[in-house]
Design a protein around this ligand. Structure first.
Ligand code: HMG
Length: 390
């Protein structure tokens, strides 16, 4: 049975900071951020957007009545969730008006969460070919002002409908994965920001890539030349390039050129959004699918997922006939175009805003947030969301 990505949606908040200006404010050469790290703009989430609303906005864009009737499983991958108990999936399920006869759950393993969700979704579809699964990867990446990781923050969500006979990409059955208990990046439950051993995390990302790539080739007999492109989890756009470089020599010069060109296209959205943790790999895939117009049906794409802590996985997908008609290219272009730049001072002020943790009531001004679904306030320790369409 063919199982894979039927639809893919994306949402990022309407605010961003320019990395050149952030570099100047931090007394760093701008080229360090724009070339050395490879980021041009960084999405900033206003207080009216959290991982739930971001995910709901991404999903709202893609699901129709038929999806609503068939989705019986919602899996929310996140590492910046809002509750230790209740899953983000239950909130999104309600905000989208999905049917009650569905399962809803949250899944966590750093940036690997959405990949884990997709693999579970595949199993569910294999048993229930008529159903559809909504997979969400949604996060706000926060390291803190003036920290080493600051230039690699970001915010956004990806929503995927996983089904049998998918319109966009069939995900091949074989997969290679690797787990090892390491402390490269983590966020204790009491901390709003992540802890990271930056250099070690870079090394481990590449080490895990080598492990799963070798294992995958052994399992499948596939070679680098069989790939139109390899998409990577992109904490920043230079990171995937560093990993790709380690295997490039396995391909001919012409193939190397193709892989490098496609890699660059696969980083366009991420370069202007930043790290969105769980959704990052799928944002990179989306960037390539939407920005390269002459991709051939039947082309094979490799996908490297990495979630600190750490789990790595490599798997592949085959592009389906007519895939382009099922993308939301115009909607995503409009979304990027409508974004508003904030100054570094404004970004810092937004970063430091927080919701009460003592049960007091706050109503948020959602009139400045163009998103359809917003966080409108908090009372009695409960977040209140508004869907402006309802
Ligand atoms: P840093 O110490 O600020 O930067 O940390 P650096 O000194 O290593 O410089 C970065 C690059 O800029 C270097 O290039 C410099 O040469 C270059 P490289 O040697 O790496 O190729 N550079 C310049 N280039 C051009 N012109 C200049 C210039 N100056 C310097 N003038 C670091 C960078 C990424 C470590 C930091 O930002 C950080 O800690 N980020 C967070 C951790 C992270 O993103 N790790 C990635 C792997 S782990 C992962 O992907 C998982 C994650 O997403 C979490 C999860 O799974 O949940 C993070």
């Amino acid at each position: 049975m063919k199982i894979g990505i039927d639809k893919i949606g994306f949402y990022t908040p309407h605010l961003y900071v320019d990395m050149n200006k952030l570099a100047v404010a931090r007394d760093v050469e701008p080229e360090k951020f724009t070339i050395g790290i490879g980021q041009s703009q960084m999405a900033i989430a206003p207080i009216t957007q959290d991982p739930i609303s971001l995910a709901a906005n991404a999903a709202l864009q893609i699901i129709d009545e038929e999806d609503k009737a068939k989705i019986d499983l919602v899996i929310f991958g996140t590492e910046s969730g809002i509750d230790h108990s209740k899953s983000g999936a239950v909130y999104v399920h309600q905000l989208l008006g999905l049917r009650s006869e569905a399962r809803a759950m949250e899944i966590k393993q750093a940036c690997y969460g959405a990949t884990a969700a997709i693999q579970l979704a595949k199993g569910h579809i294999a048993l229930h070919p008529e159903s559809r699964v909504l997979v969400l990867g949604s996060d706000i990446a926060r390291y803190g002002l003036r920290t080493g990781g600051e230039a690699t923050q970001g915010a956004g969500a990806v929503a995927l409908v996983i089904s049998a006979n998918p319109s966009v990409m069939v995900l091949e059955d074989e997969s290679a994965y690797f787990t090892s208990d390491i402390m490269d990046f983590w966020r204790p439950v009491y901390s709003e920001t992540a802890y990271v051993d930056g250099k070690f995390s870079n090394e481990q990302y590449i080490h895990f890539f080598a492990k799963v790539w070798e294992q995958y080739k052994e399992k499948t007999g596939l070679q680098l030349a069989d790939y139109e492109a390899i998409c990577f989890h992109l904490p920043y756009t230079k990171m995937g390039f560093k990993a790709l470089k380690t295997i490039l020599e396995e391909a001919s010069e012409k193939e190397q050129e193709r892989l490098l060109t496609n890699y660059k296209t696969s980083t366009l959205y991420n370069r202007n959004v930043g790290n969105i943790y769980t959704g990052s790999l799928y944002l990179s895939l989306l960037s390539l699918l939407e920005q390269k117009e002459d991709l051939q049906e039947g082309a094979r794409f490799g996908m490297y997922s990495y979630g600190s802590g750490a789990v790595g996985e490599f798997f592949s997908g085959i592009l389906q006939p007519g895939y382009r008609e099922h993308l939301f290219v115009a909607e995503h272009a409009a979304q990027f175009q409508a974004r508003k730049e904030v100054s570094v001072a404004e970004y810092e002020a937004i970063f430091q805003e927080s919701l009460p943790t003592d049960g007091s009531t706050v109503e948020l001004d959602i009139s400045q947030d163009p998103a359809t679904i917003c966080l409108a306030g908090i009372s009695d320790h409960q977040r209140n969301y508004v869907n402006k369409q309802q």
